[in-house]
Write a protein that binds this ligand. Structure first.
Ligand code: AVJ
Length: 323
């Protein structure tokens, strides 16, 4: 049976084969790379939750502070009868801060790839917000998806917190913003979380925590490849690296092989030089101005930006052109 026919009959196998394909593509590329979207299996999601509570990891705390202080200001930009559409909703803790401050929101549409998680969280939201229409969409938000038909009469506000957009290359962030405009439609708003450029010491510490949770999170990618694809990575021979690339204004995470070695992955042999790295993540940092420029170049007009007291993190409101 060809791969094509397997994919057509079993949509879930699509995800498995694309993981294998992406891993092999990335490990045979030079330099070696893996996509950060694969960090978030069950263990990785749990480790990320731990990261958000670390003393060095300021982004989550700062973004929550901005939302607590300014969600009501953001909500003033929303028209009556709005649908709030969240890209990659996770635990929807941040959405709850928006919902509490925005009585104009009539419908909440969490878009997430994990459909099991989505329905459990939707049930909790319906219980806690009985007058809110909760309409989850199980989809990869970076791909085209349809909004529920029942949103036709509502204004649209996109919500993309967490500085997840920082994982994209700037040209990919631009493509994502154009894609979001197509999905949301003319005159839509987008509320987006952006981590800001700051001193290298603070940035570097956030990705090199003393407790070693970020190292575990990074190494779990190899453990996941072992578990799901039957590879034989020896985790003890790889080390976590994270540093600030000042020219490109991004944190880079890598996994460095301590030794020269060969690793079996999906029936292939992958060679590592001593010290060779797999590039696992970029986390781009912007200024309010540099992100505003990126947004303008992607068809959006910046309308407001809020930051925390330290100026570490911003939440920005953008408006799409009228159709
Ligand atoms: C989830 C993409 C916002 O880039 O800071 C945390 C992921 N990586 N520690 C980030 C992450 C290492 C995080 N984002």
């Amino acid at each position: 049976m060809s791969i094509q026919s397997v994919v057509a009959r079993h949509p879930f196998e699509d995800r498995d084969t694309s993981f294998a394909r992406d891993v092999l593509d990335g490990l045979t590329a030079r330099p070696k790379r893996l996509s950060p979207k694969y960090f978030y299996d069950e263990t990785g999601s749990r480790l990320f939750e731990e990261i958000t509570a670390l003393p060095e990891y300021y982004p989550t705390r700062c973004e929550l502070a901005v939302l607590r202080a300014h969600a009501a200001d953001m909500a003033r930009l929303f028209p009556a009868d709005t649908a709030l559409i969240e890209f990659g909703s996770g635990s929807s803790k941040k959405a709850r801060l928006m919902l509490d401050a925005a009585p104009s929101v009539a419908a909440y549409v969490p878009v997430d790839i994990s459909s099991i998680w989505l329905s459990a969280e939707a049930a909790r939201l319906r219980r806690d917000y009985p007058r809110l229409a909760v309409l989850p969409v199980a989809a990869d938000f970076t791909q085209a998806f349809r909004l529920p038909r029942s949103l036709a009469t509502l204004a649209r506000v996109g919500f993309f917190p967490g500085s997840t957009i920082g994982n994209f290359e700037p040209h990919e962030a631009c493509a994502f913003l154009k894609h979001a405009a197509r999905i949301l439609g003319g005159d839509a708003l987008l509320i987006v979380g952006i981590d800001l450029v700051k001193d290298a010491k603070t940035l570097t510490a956030a990705y090199n925590d003393a407790a070693g949770v970020t190292a575990k999170f990074n190494l779990n990618l190899l453990a996941r490849i072992n578990r799901e694809l039957g590879a034989d990575f020896d985790l003890a021979t790889f080390s976590h690296q994270a540093f600030y690339n000042r020219e490109r204004q991004r944190i880079e995470m890598h996994l460095a092989s301590r030794v020269r070695q060969q690793v079996g992955v999906c029936g292939r042999t992958i060679e590592f030089r001593a010290g060779e790295t797999i590039h696992t993540e970029n986390s781009y940092k912007y200024t309010v101005e540099s992100f505003g420029a990126l947004a303008r170049g992607s068809g959006w007009t910046p309308v407001a930006a809020w930051t925390d007291a330290d100026g570490y993190f911003s939440v920005q409101a953008l408006r799409a052109a009228k159709l």
